[in-house]
Design a protein around this ligand. Structure first.
Ligand SMILES: [Zn+2]
Length: 510
């Protein structure tokens, strides 16, 4: 296959919007090619999108589906062509996940939290998600064996356990969620920060995090530890974030990458002492990332409307349930982890929700290096992934942000710096945050770029970067991003103008 004349953004290879041809041979990028020609003259061409943090498979996703028949009805698409039937908006069924990511030009997505003992279910669902290459991060943060190794200061044994866990669960990397919190939750409590002792184990969250980080580097895993902080979702929690990041700054990475990837930073960049004086501390967090190189983050951007929160942070979900009086599920996984699911609606007129919305955008715009920030919504916690084009256009257009802010709570400008931020991201920065950086942060050498031998995952958008001004024409950009003109996965055209043409099975990376 030859893709002719596209305006190519491949920042990992130093290509920033150059007109060039791309060649594909046997599912991989090649120096030259023959056969099918795709005319991409003047159109935006990027590597297939890579989502490093999304909740797409496993028991908590399925619990969300079972809890929300209302949500299933929102996204019904009958069977047609190669497509099986689809349901759901915030918690789509397996088929919808594959098709909807592919329509937007995404070709890879990682499930962010799987307990070892429930990994079989996760893999059953991953197998059913068409088109995408997938992976699953394995939970280790509140695991009895982990805590015993940490208490005994036996990092070698801990590394052996992590290796066993990843192999047994067919996991890709080490996920840590509110370390110690799940164990405390078993006694109706929570840990208050990284230095709070975990009941019955004589360890702290800080020791668990550092122990797992050392074990991760001892194993030379492609990805760093992937961390959901203590105190997530609580006013004033930015200090917990900074304190935890400081713990890790002297750990030496065993590969050319970060030592810690912070999940959905938006939920941990909160100031104030209560929801009444709640405010953004995104500028402080962004400053920290600007002056340190051991950490990366994904946004966990929040958008207004329906969401379903689901996390291994069980005490957080108990709190969400008390706050919303909504449907609620909490779950304890013997010896390992816990989790919870609560449906949520984020309101434009609610000041707290407006500040949360602003924080994600501030983080992306105030962190200077786009290689440190991934665009995510922590699907479906902040918003379903189907709304990525809305996030991208907000990052690319100051007028769009201003227009949006004008409709929000009048107190908002006092609680966030967003109104004063002039920066508008360009296509290179978007290609980094949605393709090149997630691939590099995960350690996926064949993804997120067009070098020879890379996976031929390609998205071509019906958008002329040399003519369209995303600042002004944001509506046009959003429409183009929602349905790629072509999505090519491993050299096969899987989607064209929003229509799924082929649904090959993807791989599971482990
Ligand atoms: Zn998450």
């Amino acid at each position: 296959m030859i893709i002719k004349g596209g305006i190519v953004y491949d920042p990992a290879n130093g290509i920033f919007g150059e007109e060039m041809d791309l060649c594909v041979d046997e599912g991989r990028m090649a120096e030259d090619g023959k056969g099918e020609v795709i005319d991409a003259r003047g159109l935006l061409v990027m590597p297939g999108g890579v989502d490093a943090h999304s909740h797409i498979a496993g028991t908590k996703v399925n619990t969300g589906r079972i809890m929300r028949p209302d949500d299933a009805r929102l996204g019904i698409e009958p069977r047609s062509g190669v497509c099986r039937p689809c349901t759901g908006y915030t918690v789509p069924n397996c088929y919808a996940i594959g098709y909807r990511y592919a329509r937007m030009g995404y070709t890879t997505a990682f499930e962010a939290a799987t307990p070892i003992i429930e990994a079989r279910h996760t893999h059953e669902e991953l197998e059913e998600i068409p088109i995408l290459d997938k992976g699953a991060l394995t939970l280790f943060g509140t695991n009895w064996e982990v805590m015993e190794c940490v208490r005994d200061k036996d990092i070698g044994k801990l590394a052996a356990y992590v290796a066993w866990g990843l192999r047994s669960a067919r996991g890709y990397g080490v996920k840590i969620v509110n370390p110690g919190g799940g164990e405390a939750w078993g006694f109706g409590s929570n840990v208050k920060g990284p230095n709070d002792p975990v009941p019955n184990f004589d360890v702290t969250g800080a020791e668990i995090i550092c122990g797992l980080a050392q074990a991760n580097e001892m194993l030379r895993l492609p990805h760093s530890i992937h961390l959901h902080f203590n105190n997530l979702g609580k006013p004033g929690n930015y200090t917990t974030a900074l304190e935890t990041l400081e713990l890790l700054k002297d750990i030496k990475p065993s590969r050319m990458r970060q030592v810690v990837h912070v999940a959905h930073m938006q939920f941990s960049a909160y100031g104030g002492t209560s929801w009444r004086d709640f405010e953004s501390k995104a500028p402080v967090i962004a400053d920290y990332f600007n002056s340190h190189n051991h950490a990366t983050m994904d946004l966990g951007q929040l958008l207004f409307g329906s969401a379903t929160t689901m996390t291994a942070d069980a005490p957080l979900e108990y709190g969400n349930a008390r706050l919303t009086h909504n449907k609620w599920s909490n779950h304890d996984i013997e010896l390992e982890e816990s989790s919870g699911v609560v449906p949520m609606v984020y309101f434009r007129k609610m000041l707290v929700n407006a500040v949360q919305w602003a924080i994600g955008l501030e983080l992306a715009l105030l962190t200077r290096d786009p290689w440190k920030v991934l665009m995510t919504t922590d699907h479906p916690n902040g918003s379903p992934f189907i709304n990525y084009p809305e996030v991208i256009t907000l990052l690319m257009s100051k007028p769009k942000r201003d227009a949006e802010m004008a409709t929000l709570h009048e107190q908002l400008p006092k609680r966030t710096s967003l109104g004063g931020i002039e920066r508008e991201l360009d296509w290179t920065e978007i290609a980094i945050m949605t393709r090149a950086a997630p691939a590099r942060i995960l350690g996926l050498e064949d993804k997120g770029h067009f070098g020879p031998g890379a996976d031929a995952d390609i998205s071509i958008y019906d958008l002329r970067p040399e003519e369209v001004d995303p600042s002004r024409d944001h509506a046009l950009v959003k429409k183009a991003l929602a349905a790629a003109k072509y999505t090519i996965k491993s050299g096969i055209v899987v989607s064209q103008k929003g229509q799924i043409l082929a649904a090959p099975p993807g791989r599971t990376l482990r």
